[in-house]
Design a protein around this ligand. Sequence first.
Ligand code: IMP
Length: 219
Amino acid sequence: MGDERGCIVVEDDFPGYSPKYFNIPRHYESDVEYVLLPRGLVIDRTERMAKDIFYEMDFSKPLLAMCVLKGGYIFFNDLLHQLRQLSAQSNNSCQMGIDFIRLKSYQNDQSSGEVKVIGGDDLKKVEGKNLLIVEDIIDTGRTMEKLLEMLKPHKPNSIKVASMLIKRTERSSGYRPDHIGFEVPDKFVIGYGLDYNEYFRDMGHICVISESGKKKYSA
Ligand code: IMP
């Protein structure tokens, strides 16, 4: 059930769901191998993640939620929507700012091994804040480790990382974020903001890309 791993674990032999039972945009129909995580499940999990994040929050300092673009933008929006609702309902409300950072490490379905910051505000803004970094997926973990290394000298009060997905892969550096939605098999996934060479961000469900899809959209 994944209790010891702190998230929902999708096992390697999970066959997924046939795309024919889901609303997949017509232009991507033949590019999806199977639906791994339907959007409804992702939303439900996000609701619980927001609750976990909110109840362990230090309300004495402002929160700065930092979205790692581009892949994290849908998860970021859904997570912050939930956090805003919790904050509005609670006596422990907390000032919440948002920020965006853009990193690049992927070409086709391979991590390039090199992580570049290619956009975002001045990192000095994080000083004294409780930073919540929101990411789409942790694969090798190198991107997040690099980002944390870059942020720490700017003296945030605290740093927490929430990632919708973590891949179970031999390439992992061992890094695990504070909050994880789902642990998934070592497959290339698309949809819900996740792309393959900038395609598939406009698909609601998290799916495994087909070999023909990879060929069609390779860079
Ligand atoms: P890492 O440095 O290997 O952990 O890679 C993290 C980044 O690679 C994520 O933020 C994604 O942008 C990208 N990435 C890794 N795996 C996938 C995937 O299966 N689908 C889409 N993007 C991925």
